[in-house]
Structure formats: structure tokens, C-alpha cells
Write a protein that binds this ligand. Structure first.
Ligand code: F6R
Length: 360
């Protein structure tokens, strides 16, 4: 039931601190993690590549996680839209781990990609919310994100739960490979553990986000920008807004603004920027200035006062290292929700979309 909320989506947005606590429960130690997946140490040490396959929001979670895997576990990680995946030559399947990220565990293209990988001899891992789902059954191992049921068609709480769970995987792989020190692991784990509280602080600012969303709801288009860990969040912010509000929204790496999209930027197109740690705020600010000087309203999800002078509306992200962009994402979810709600959209069941896409 909706528990007093107007839509499942807003209920699920508010469930994020709880979902995160469930994802982390019993898994986080001091400088180490306990994931209950059978990945032999020898195999993890021999890994040459991790390939993430996923669609939509889960693909964005994969992009975020890939950065964490590369930097903390020192393993090349490629991220594939499942419908574009193919295991091409040149790689050793026995030294490749294929990770299928899927909330439902039923997405046909993700299942197909995982099966293709298994066929050539790669080990497969499902990262999913649904125990006993098709992808979980087809994979060698499963790692559950434990977000609880998600009813709204737009994925919200499962995105943050996916990234948090994959951050634990990065720590696990990094420790097993001997490339991540206990101190560095503790630091990342401390930030992950801080997520429920930091997300709650963003949720507590819901009224402020609503006011800003309503002020800009009738804009012509919306551009979301971010770098590094802010890039997948920009993509996710735009996807959320377009799918539930039907407004034109695009996300791209902040540096790309000047390579084309800037031609579309006017006073009628708000630019929503990730200006936090982990998202290269100083470089992103250059793009913010380009937009601002064309008269675009700038909405900044920022920590530590980054870009203050150039922001028309600011959402505060508490200090949380590489997890800060995930808190920015919560503001973007609320923003999308309030824009769509003001327009009276069918938020839990947007036109043309289904919760799980079981056809290719
Ligand atoms: C967006 C959304 C979709 C799904 C995609 C993959 O809000 O919900 O983009 O993320 O269809 O679904 P799963 O994760 O179930 O494989």
C-alpha cells in the first residue's frame, strides 16, 4: 500500500534510507565486507576484466559502479547496454566476470546477454532485487540488493541500492586482489555507511525541491550535467524526468556541453548540475558558467559550497566522499516527481512503459 503517500514513486523515494540499511545489513565490517557470494580468491586475483550488462537505470548504476571497481579494485571494467552486448574476441572468458545488473531480474536483453556470456565460458554474477528471478537463476552467483518491492515503474530506491551493493563488491574484489588497503576500504565503507543518513537529509528538504520544481516545471527542456561519478547521475536524472513528466530532458558529461548541446541552452532551459565530491566540481563549474552566461537557470546539487555564486537554486549535499553524487540523485528524483506531479502525469504508470521489459 501507499502508506499515506500520493504515489508509489514518492513512497519508494522516501524508503531509500531503509532500503540502504537493508542492503548493508550484516555485510560491512571494518575495512572488509562479507558478501556471501562464491568468487574464489584465485579467480578474483586472475581477473582481467569485469563486464557489466544492464538496461536503463540499472545501466546507469553500472556506470557508477564501474568507476568504483576500476579505482578501488584495479580491474578494467566495461559497461554495456545489454541489447548491444556481444562477447567479442581478444578476451579470455575464463578471466572475465560478467555482472548482470537488473532490478527485476526479468529484463529479456539482460538475461540474453548473461546467457551469451555463460555460453562462451565467462563466470556470471546477477545483482538483482528479486530472489529466484530469471537472471538470478541463470547466473552462477547472485548478490541481492534487498531494496524491497518496487511498484512504481520509475526505478528509484533500487538505483541507490544497486550502487551501494556494487560498492561493497568493489571493496571485496579490491581486498582479494590485494590492491585496496584496509584504510582505503574503511574510508569508502564509511561513506557507504553514511548514505542512509545523508539521503534522509536530502529527503527532509522535499518542500524546497518541490518549490524549485514548480517554479521551473514549464520550461522548454532540461539539461543534466555531471562529470565522473556525476555523469551517470546526470543520465539518471534526465531519464527519470523524461519518463514521468514527458518533458524533454537530456543528460551528458558536463564537458560535452560546449561540443554541441550548448546551442540549445537558453533562458528557457534549466541546467541541473552535480557539483559534489566525486563529480569533479571545479571542472563542472566551467560548464555551469557557460550555461549561466547564456541566461539558463542553474540548479546545483552541491556540497561544500561548490559553485554557489552561479547557482539559482541550490540543494545541499552533506560531505560523503564518492557517495555524494548519489545524494544529488535523490534531489533529482524529487525534482522529477514534483515536475510530473504538477502536470498531473500518471507517475506510477507512465504511458508506453512497463515495469519489467520481458521482450527484446
Ligand atoms: C527507469 C526504469 C528502466 C529500467 C530498465 C531495466 O526508471 O525503470 O529504465 O531500469 O527497464 O530494468 P531492470 O533493472 O529490471 O532490468
Amino acid at each position: 500500500e501507499k502508506g499515506g503517500y500520493e504515489h508509489y514513486m514518492i513512497k519508494e523515494i522516501h524508503e531509500q534510507p531503509h532500503a540502504l540499511r537493508q542492503a548493508l545489513s550484516g555485510r560491512v565490517g571494518h575495512g572488509s565486507v562479507d558478501l556471501d557470494v562464491d568468487l574464489p580468491e584465485e579467480y578474483v586475483r586472475s581477473l582481467e576484466e569485469i563486464q557489466v550488462v544492464a538496461c536503463g537505470t540499472s545501466h546507469h548504476a553500472g556506470l557508477y559502479a564501474a568507476r568504483l571497481l576500476e579505482s578501488h579494485a584495479d580491474v578494467r571494467t566495461t559497461v554495456h547496454v545489454a541489447s548491444e552486448y556481444g562477447f567479442t574476441g581478444g578476451r579470455d572468458p575464463s578471466r572475465t566476470l560478467v555482472v548482470a545488473v537488473t532490478q527485476s531480474g526479468e529484463t529479456a536483453e539482460t538475461l540474453g546477454a548473461l546467457r551469451d556470456a555463460a555460453r562462451v565460458g565467462a563466470r556470471t554474477l546477477a545483482v538483482t532485487n528479486v530472489v529466484g528471478s530469471s537472471v538470478a537463476r541463470a547466473a552462477d552467483e547472485s548478490l541481492y540488493i534487498r531494496a524491497g518491492p518496487e511498484i512504481g515503474v520509475a526505478a528509484t530506491k533500487t538505483f541507490v541500492s544497486q550502487v551501494a551493493t556494487l560498492a561493497l563488491l568493489a571493496v571485496h574484489v579490491g581486498r582479494e586482489r590485494g590492491v585496496l588497503s584496509a584504510a582505503a576500504a574503511s574510508e569508502l565503507l564509511g561513506d557507504v555507511r553514511g548514505l542512509p543518513g545523508a539521503v534522509q537529509r536530502a529527503l527532509d528538504a522535499d518542500q524546497q525541491v518541490r518549490d524549485v520544481a514548480e517554479a521551473y516545471a514549464d520550461s522548454e527542456a532540461f539539461f543534466f550535467i555531471g562529470r565522473y561519478l556525476g555523469h551517470p547521475v546526470a543520465l539518471e536524472g534526465a531519464l527519470k524526468l523524461k519518463e514521468i513528466s514527458y518533458d524533454h530532458a537530456e543528460g551528458f558529461p558536463a564537458g560535452e556541453l560546449k561540443h554541441g548541446p550548448l546551442a540549445l541552452v537558453t533562458e528557457e532551459t534549466p541546467v541541473i548540475a552535480v557539483l559534489t565530491e566525486g563529480a569533479r566540481p571545479d571542472e563542472t563549474l566551467n560548464s555551469v558558467k557557460e550555461a549561466e552566461s547564456r541566461g539558463a537557470p542553474v540548479i546545483g546539487c552541491h556540497s561544500d559550497g561548490h559553485g554557489e555564486k552561479f547557482i539559482d537554486a541550490a540543494f545541499e549535499v552533506p560531505a560523503l566522499g564518492e557517495m555524494e553524487p548519489l545524494v544529488a540523485n535523490v534531489y533529482m528524483q524529487l525534482f522529477a516527481y514534483h515536475v510530473a506531479n504538477r502536470k498531473g502525469r500518471a507517475i506510477d504508470k507512465p504511458r508506453n512503459l512497463a515495469k519489467s521489459v520481458t521482450v527484446e
